[in-house]
Design a protein around this ligand. Sequence first.
Ligand code: ATP
Length: 399
Amino acid sequence: MNVLGRDDGGGGADDGRNSSPASVRLGSFLARDGSDGAAVGMDADSPHAAVVLGKRGTGKSYTLGVIAEGLADAVGVAPVVVDPMGVFGGLTDIGGRVVDPAVRPADIPASVWPDLVGLDPADGPGSLLWRVVADATERSGPTSDVSPSIESLRWAVSEADAPDRTRRAVRNHLRLAESWGVFDAAAPPVTAFAAGGDPTVLDLSGTPEVAAGAVVRAVARGLYDARVNGTVDRLPWLLVDEAHAFFDGVADPALRTLLTRGRAPGVSLVCATQRPSALPDVAVSQSDLLVAHRLTAGPDVDALATAEATYLAGDLVARLPTGTGEALVVDDASETAHSVRVRERRTPHGGGDPRARDTEAARSERAARIEEAARDEEPTRTDRSSGGERVVGTAGRGP
Ligand SMILES: Nc1ncnc2c1ncn2[C@@H]1O[C@H](COP(=O)(O)OP(=O)(O)OP(=O)(O)O)[C@@H](O)[C@H]1O
């Protein structure tokens, strides 16, 4: 198998096998005539930053699932999938687990709390919240496993030396944060998500965007810190679907840290998005692997200009594939770009365009119509089987 992402020149052949403990089977090279070529994979031995791009329905989530499956087979890694649409549940078929993630309030820095709950940090309520969270986390100590609960923060706000209106505003905003259901002072540290080699799917479907951002921030930063401090042995891979939404909120600094500094301590980041123009430039410029499915919108195609290294000879747009599941893979390590057909998933994919015909309503309507049609036909059959004495609807014309 040809393995992309390895700095050994020429793409790094991997002794001809289709899979390897140190690589992820991606699919096969796609020839100009549309036929499949040799097997192609991506390196899973070293940390990477990668982006998966493409307009809606071109196969981004599917490709992310293919990567997660491959990582489940690789050794020494810990895949963690951020799943805002609830489409990665099929990974349980290969031992993955789906969790409703909870993080500890202390996993979010005091300075970020005002922004998180929609308060201006420079105003009275915002600065009170900042101070209360800072005091509460400081009391627990910087390396403490103990986090204040939202309830205890609300109590501390009630006791604070501040005008009534200010305290009331902060308590209300904390109540809102509590209602998101993603904060739990007793939650295990985020490193628990990277404890094993099977994929952990963080199911954020139905979670408000700002709350999902808080989880992603806590997980991204927590995994980075854990690798820096040496408290996580495996190399974590954070796979983020719909990544543009997370670069637009409190998760942004943590994701940027992974993009720019994550590889040194061993944390990989794979971002999938339909809106590359909504990602910061560093997302594309810092990625050493770029998987581009079909893109048509002007600004999104322009966003790829950052990746248009000399080996693409300025021809990126012309080389973008057209078929679902086809991608142009740009490999910084070997300075090559290849057309690839992404392989089929081993586990069920939960995405795809919704079809009216696939709904429960359509199924029961179809069943009702079949039943009705059968009822209409039934008397005719009965009459024939009973000797054809009379044909229903033609009374009087029988024998
Ligand atoms: N490599 C592939 N092989 C076979 N089928 C594929 C492949 N990639 C995608 N598909 C098909 O295309 C459908 C859409 O793919 P997917 O859900 O990944 O799109 P998407 O780009 O993530 O869309 P969205 O932006 O709406 O999330 C899938 O349900 C699947 O049926």
